[in-house]
Design a binder for this molecule. Sequence first.
Ligand code: AMP
Ligand code: ZN
Length: 474
Amino acid sequence: MIRFHNTLSGREEEFQPLDPGEVRVYTCGPTVYDLPHIGNFRAYVFEDLLLRFLRYSGFKTVQVMNLTDVDDKTIRGARASGVSLREYTEPFVRAFFSGLALLRIRPADHYPRATEHIPEMVAIIKGLLDKGVAYRKDGSIYFSIEKFPAYGRLSGINPDDLRITSRIGARLESDEYEKDSARDFALWKAPREGEPSWETDIGPGRPGWHIECSAMSSKYLGPSFDIHCGGVDNIFPHHENEIAQSEAYFEKPFVRYWLHCHHLVVDGEKMAKSKGNFYTLRDLVEARGVDPSALRMFLVGTHYRKVLNFTLESLEQSAAALKRIKDFVYELENRIFPAAKTDASLDLIACAERTFREGMEDDLNVSAALTGLFDLIRKANPLIQGKKIGLNEAKRLLDFVYRVDEVLAVLPERRDLEISDDLRAKIEERERARKSRDWAAADRLRRELLENGVVLEDTKDGVRWKIEKKTGSN
Ligand code: AMP
Ligand code: ZN
């Protein structure tokens, strides 16, 4: 049974999708006004972990991640650079996608861009005007939070408690604001000199940030869906406003489970593009030679609802943990295991698998989940050294590690342990030759194996093999 901490209720709840077998997820994507930093990638890696775990648990998933390519910040950036919005945002869109690939984040099913969904936004705004929930003022259109009594349910703010009753009817143009400014927010902004503007049924202008996500989520996932994610900074005002817009318009519950990851911080401060205290992937991977899979290990390794403090030392610790898993895989892939059937580690696998599943089912508690894997590595290693494990079991151990890696996605591609019986027999024959000190035969067999692409390495723990990659293809 999977349980998630739902921001809406403030507690852990049992997870049940609306349609059995399929989970529909919306994840707030990047505002493409600058290079993404690793704080942003913490959010995307957390969402990837969630989706991978849902699939590991047997669900089909549909994920939508929007690209905010029109808002206050992108417009400001484009104006300052004297280029069109499209020209300005494009390099940041590319950097975002290359970062996803580098961190092995599985692509979402849809990446809608705000600028390509203006008609969908206009339809909702029009509907909200018709229902009397939105109103016009000076060419802009605002959502009246007074007309939506459930306003504040997600973030816990209560417009009355905040002594802003007198300010209800006070309006906000800017896309982002602090909690104590819960006020009517802009759905549609009147055209301004030097800003992009669309001619639409509701008049000329451009959308506010929040309406983008209500329009794009309903288009691809329907008016009600299962999970909505983002960083905690999205809770207010962005997600609060999404709920208000979507539920007022569709008159249906919007989202069942809200999952928010905490921030990646540097020296206690949120890593943010606007603060300039950020590392991009390029800073770490290209300039400092950080291994992207170690970075991914660092980002997934801390529970998503905890603050994650970024330091180069903690990155090294994650790299060391990853190395322990990789060494174990190397051990299993490169040794010659006897063909004999054995089952010394079957209990260990069953136990580790249970620990992994139960840890992850508990609101994606990765560190608890991984204790099972590390325990297995500690106990299986002596069995391997003691030659108590056969080929069938080595494969089962690898099956398990790679099942875990479908969720973690930190290991190199799996190697095929199969080599032909013929080559296996030759390796064993060479072992016998070596033991009887028949060096000429041993060398001849090594050469023959090499001609077939099998490279042998003699170690103190016995012979290892690997298939040499064919070169010369380019
Ligand atoms: P933005 O590009 O600012 O719209 O943010 C894209 C995503 O990254 C959102 O889900 C944010 O909540 C998330 N995010 C931004 N900064 C951080 C951070 N320092 N740590 C974790 N997530 C963040
Ligand atoms: Zn959003």
